[in-house]
Design a protein around this ligand. Sequence first.
Ligand code: GLA
Length: 401
Amino acid sequence: MRKLLALILGLTVSAYAQKFEGLALTPPMGFNTWNTFQSNIDEMLIKETADIMTKNGMRDAGYVYIVIDDCWSARQRDANGNLVADPVKFPNGMKALADYLHEHGFKLGIYSCAGPRTCADYPGSWGHEFQDARVFASWGIDYLKYDWCNTGTANAPDAYKRMRDALHAAGRPVVFSICEWGTAKPWEWAKDVGHLWRTTGDIYDSYDGRQGWSYGWKRILDLQYSLVEGSGPDGLAKFAGPGHWNDPDMLEVGKEGLTFAESRAHFSLWCIIAAPLMAGNDVRKMSPEITALMTEKDVIAINQDKLGKQGFRVTAEPGRNLEVWARELSNGEWAFCALNTSSGEADITIKWEYFGWILKGRTYALTELWTKQSAGDTSKHTTVRLASHDVALFRLKPLSK
Ligand code: GLA
């Protein structure tokens, strides 16, 4: 009788597949090959990346997911229909690479696609979801980015649920990164499916440029509002929380198309909007300034705040070339970020009384996190001189009830 009960219970549980809970309780951090390397990837690059991230402090700052994007596999499946790593790029196979990364304190991410072919025309998982999930589990994969090319008229929630169920059935906890570009509004249905979902087309290293489906980071930031019809001032923010994040795409910090100020602003605002922090530059060749920027602990702490509330834009004043963004933090604290949107240096004044609806009569002590300077408190206006597209990033601690 007991055995029968256990069997029935077991069947009931497995009939309700779900995403792996308890993962990505703060936005995932790591490195992804796509933005810099595209198909130019191999085992050596991944190992060198891990080694440098160990030495330069990135791993210890939290960047632990090393994700191999598109173009890692052979062009065709093997005779049994299994995905196989490209034998030239990854001569020792993915299992050996996963072991190497695990031994060095990292986790390994990989990429597949809901269609029969990936965006770069490698085999996708359509019709092979359960088989591929088992293969990924056998390799020790910890993170799956799952793209949306060549899906025809497929239904996005169904396709992503199928892979979620496949990963669950394979039994190895995997962070599931939905890369559907926001077309089917994943913020409305993906909370129980994946741990993060892309909200837009691809990012590239520009402030606010556009090239077809690719956007500069400031354009992507603006899209976090216009994607939600009739949304309040917080746009997509309300859909995010621990274990389920909006993904405005990976970092372009340190890439050629951005000034240092634009890299710093991009990073600061990705922290404010609780975005995954996936480095997209060549970390083997980064300047000391960019390394310092990407490993700045007080700024990363904003991104990784345990409360898990995504920040939002509190004011945009084109006439004053100013945008102000805010994020609620744990312990009654806040982060505020002021962005100079003009093409020249400017004195930017933050009038805290504008934000009475956030600060609610309390006075807060201010620390600017990039300069580490205390900056008075919110009882007075704060003026900062900012280079074009640069930011000041404040942490606010309550002084009074
Ligand atoms: C799509 C995704 C990108 C990248 C490429 C790979 O464009 O949005 O992030 O994964 O595919 O081909």
